[in-house]
Design a protein. Sequence first.
Length: 147
Amino acid sequence: MTTADITEKLLAAKKAKGISFEELEKVVGYDETWIASVIYRQASAGAEEASKLVEALGLPAEMSAALTEPPMKGGLDPVIPADPLIYRFYEIMQVYGVPVKAVIHEKFGDGIMSAIDFSIEVDKVPDPKGDRVQVTMCGKFLPYKKW
């Protein structure tokens, strides 16, 4: 089964069950964004998490093995994303990437934010002028090593 096939089956089951990522978070015990990354094959689950996810979606138990395999990460095309929401993140990094880098370096020194020891939260913030999307990224600071 290809990565696309796995994702397609998981998403179809999620839709058929009418279950949200937030509801899956309660079943699996991990953040909804991490669960979405497993479904889109950008993260791998342990055997227990994979079993809980597959069971919650009503899929055959043997499908959980596919979710424990380390995926090929970063599956976006190397071109500018066309999807409007994903493009906005690209645009945000184009506009604010260098300023954010400068602030991180000022506060922490020369290094990077880990995308491995990392979490991301997506929250809905009510606002009278229209609900807002709040994205919080939290990654371990990794200083560049001197040798």
